[in-house]
Write a new protein. Structure first.
Length: 699
């Protein structure tokens, strides 16, 4: 579809493919068949409402970046040296296929590990690699980086991963942004909040561990110690029961054990929580009263507060609050974490599930370092991984336990293929690097995570050099290694059309005409007024953690699940602090990077400056550190060098390194995840990226 702007520049409609809950509908200026101009949010989309983040508005910087990979490359230097020579696609793919077939013959199919994540959120380009995995019985990957802590916590209470229509924030009187920083991470939340502020005088409350951009726009600011949200939530509920704000009719009708919860909360007083989370007791009471008095209270629950070892328990505790007040009953009230559970895709054609053989091993993505260095537990007592085939992720930068990850990638007997847009840290370790298209150079279909649209992301420009899409590369490889499935024979458009129909939706023809489908269930279903998504129809104050793990884990229950509380509580199972490692480090997302994407674009690099460690001025004085000094943060996993930046907006002892900078932006090449652990938190594993005990000293 083409429309014309007043300046007569042609524009096309597409979708932002990055791993962001906003999944914005885009209007892209098309200067010629290969060149884009500005990118804007589509005004006609009722969630995007014409707004996109600054990093995507200047996407021309990324798609036309001089460092884009344009041709297949073959390693000529030492592993990890980044020395490559250009080769043809035929030469590259013939070598990949030959090595895969040999390794399969010598070590079995499970010695090959296709590894991927969410560099693009397009269903065809992201998940097609699973079709190859299943067709060849290669080792499977459990994708645990992102949602493995938050989803079980949300599902434990609500029963599913969905909630209130995001646009209902416009009708709220109080929006509680808890453990998310939408000003950085999904700007469109702020659009809807802005409408509520303007039209109804709504208030915003924000719960975070430092003074974020979102916090700065909040009317009520609650800055707590990391990993203490469960305590705060319990004390809020204690006050709600104590001071007459609990909706007892709602509790009887819609929840599993209201009396058990009330009794359990007797000792969870504001004073008890204050000692844990660091807020004054009267501020906790004030917050509880604000929540209790506001019927239209919308809980927008982020991911950040779950990225710790007690993160699932904390998510569950916070979801219990609107179940106590009955906020779910009201328009503009209730909760939303993610809409992902709402789509009910049939992805058989995309992911080839019909070919999945039982008994093939599954390995945890967040344990990639341990897998590659041959930890038998992580290899599930199977053969060593001899080959990695990587699309859509940059594990040498983004995965926990970076030093072990690098050790694994450096193995000379590991054959690594990386299909990428840039020479990332991971690509640098590859034997073969393949150049990938960007979203405006291929067709795909997307879903909103923080809203409710199915969207068509069109190819609008021709790819530069010899870039090929994930789908094309997977189909080519499939034919060379003897993998057969209908999905390898169809075009992306054919796959999209069939997947829509297989999932009970209208056709691609309709989607192509309309750009997106709004698939939010009706009010009653979105607010669980006919019951929550558990078999008994109740919201569960009593969490069944083993069952909750199943909402995401393909490896069953992981981690010390018996340490999680059944009723909401504070559990002290975070990375242990002691006098050797007295500081708590969080690696919260920077505004103009998106994980490790965009950290190559000049606009983002300029805005973010350099890797800084935000430290409380009193802590700096105590450590004898001045503004701008080079400091080292360390723990048993590694050491990272950054510049000290005085920052007052957090409690003493809490430090923040906004992320994710390229590893080589740090003086000795050790990126921030050198400090992050990969131990699997209960109940489903996941990245505890904001839960790190560290020491700090002047460099
Ligand atoms: N600009 C930008 N946008 C992004 C990303 C990015 O890297 N950069 N990443 C994308 C991805 S993959 C995701 S999953 C989403 C994530 O987006 P969010 O849901 O916003 O999650 P985070 O950004 O990890 O963390 C949000 C906030 O939680 C805070 N936090 C950390 N620990 C705690 C805690 O214990 N308690 C509380 N209350 N708060 C805590 C952090 O300081 C941070 O300000 O964002 C997406 N959007
Ligand atoms: N310290 C710290 N670490 C974190 C986090 C944090 O908050 N702090 N957040 C974690 C979270 S929530 C997540 S989701 C992970 C995300 O980590 P990743 O999934 O690795 O995400 P990105 O860093 O964006 O890297 C995606 C890569 O995919 C490539 N790519 C994009 N589109 C395509 C395509 O169509 N084809 C191919 N072949 N490649 C493509 C991009 O160029 C980019 O290099 O990081 C985690 N790591
Ligand atoms: S990164 Fe997020 S906010 Fe920015 S354009 Fe993409 S979907 Fe929208
Ligand atoms: Mo994520």
């Amino acid at each position: 579809m083409n429309i014309h702007t007043p300046s007569n520049i042609k524009t096309g409609i597409s979708v932002c493919p990055h791993d962001c809950p906003s999944a914005c509908a885009l209007e892209v200026e098309l200067l010629d068949e290969r060149t884009i101009g500005r990118v804007r949010g589509a005004k006609a989309n009722s969630y995007t409402l014409g707004v996109v983040c600054e990093k995507v508005s200047r996407y021309a910087e990324r798609i036309h970046h001089p460092d884009r990979l344009l041709y297949p490359l073959k390693r000529t230097g030492k592993k990890g040296s980044g020395t490559f020579a250009r080769v043809s696609w035929e030469e590259a793919m013939a070598e990949v296929a030959e090595r895969f077939l040999t390794i399969e013959k010598e070590h079995g199919s499970e010695a090959i590990w296709p590894f991927w994540y969410a560099g693009t959120m397009g269903l065809v380009m992201r998940d097609g690699i699973e079709r190859l995995t299943h067709a060849k019985s290669y080792s499977r990957m459990y994708g645990s980086f992102c949602v493995s802590l938050s989803w079980p916590g949300y599902a434990a209470g609500v029963g599913a991963i969905r909630g209130v229509d995001a646009r209902e924030m416009q009708k709220s009187d109080l929006i509680v942004v808890w453990g998310g920083n939408p000003v950085n991470t999904q700007v469109n939340v702020m659009t809807h909040i802005g409408i509520a502020k303007k039209t109804r005088g709504a208030n915003v409350a924000c719960v975070d561990i430092y003074d974020t951009g979102t916090m700065k726009q909040a009317d009520h600011k609650y800055i707590i110690r990391p990993g203490t949200d469960g305590a705060l939530a319990c004390a809020i509920m204690h006050v709600l029961f104590r001071d007459g704000f609990a909706n007892r009719d709602y509790l009887e009708k819609y929840t599993d054990d209201p009396r058990g919860l009330e009794a359990h909360l007797q000792t969870k007083t504001p004073e008890w929580a204050a000692a844990i989370c660091g807020l004054a007791p009267e501020r906790i009471v004030e917050f509880a009263h604000l929540i209790g008095k506001t019927e239209r209270c919308f809980f927008r629950l982020g991911y950040g507060f779950t990225r710790g070892r007690n993160g699932s328990a904390n998510m569950h505790a916070v979801t219990c609050i609107p179940a106590v007040t009955g906020a779910w009953l009201h328009e503009g009230g209730g909760a939303l974490h993610s809409a992902s559970g709402m789509y009910r895709w049939n992805k058989t054609l995309i992911s080839g599930k019909d070919l999945a053989k039982p008994g093939i091993r599954v390995m945890d993505q967040s344990r990639i370092g341990q897998v590659l260095v041959g930890n038998p537990h992580d290899l599930r007592d199977g053969p060593p991984v001899k080959t990695l085939f990587i699309q859509n992720t940059n594990p040498v930068s983004v995965a926990p336990e970076q030093n072990v990850v690098k050790q694994g990638f450096a193995r000379d007997d590991l054959f690594t293929v990386v299909h990428e847009q840039f020479m990332t840290e991971t690509a640098r370790y590859a034997d073969i690097v393949l150049p990938a298209t960007m979203f405006l150079e291929h067709d795909d279909i997307y879903q909103g995570g923080g809203h409710q649209h199915i969207m068509f992301g069109r190819k609008l420009v021709e790819a530069p050099g010899e870039c090929r899409s994930n789908h094309d590369v997977i189909c080519d490889l499939a034919s060379r290694v003897g993998a057969e499935h209908e999905g390898f024979t169809l075009t992306p458009r054919e796959i999209i059309d069939r997947t829509l129909k297989d999932s009970g939706r209208r056709s691609l023809e309709d989607l192509d005409r309309e750009n997106w489908f709004d698939v939010q269930p009706d009010f009653e279903a979105s607010h669980f007024l006919k019951g929550f998504a558990h078999a008994d129809g109740k919201f569960h104050f009593r969490a069944d953690w083993r069952k909750a793990a199943g909402v995401i884990s393909t490896m069953g229950v992981l981690g010390p699940v018996d340490q999680l509380p059944v009723l909401p509580d504070h559990v002290q199972i975070t990375d242990p602090s002691n006098e050797d490692v007295p500081f708590r480090l969080a690696t919260s997302p920077a505004r103009t990077f998106l994980n490790s994407s965009f950290n190559e674009t000049p606009g983002s690099r300029k805005r973010e400056g350099r890797p800084n460690l935000m430290i409380h001025p009193d802590d700096m004085a105590k450590l004898g550190i001045a503004e701008g000094d080079l400091v080292i943060a360390g723990n048993r996993r590694g050491q990272v060098r950054m510049h000290a930046k005085a920052h007052e907006g957090q409690q003493r002892g809490v430090v923040i390194a906004e992320s994710i900078w390229p590893n080589d932006a740090f003086e000795d090449g050790c990126g921030i995840n050198s400090l992050v652990g990969s131990d699997q938190p209960a109940p489903a594993g996941g990245g505890a990226f904001h839960d790190n005990a560290v020491w700090i000293r002047a460099a």
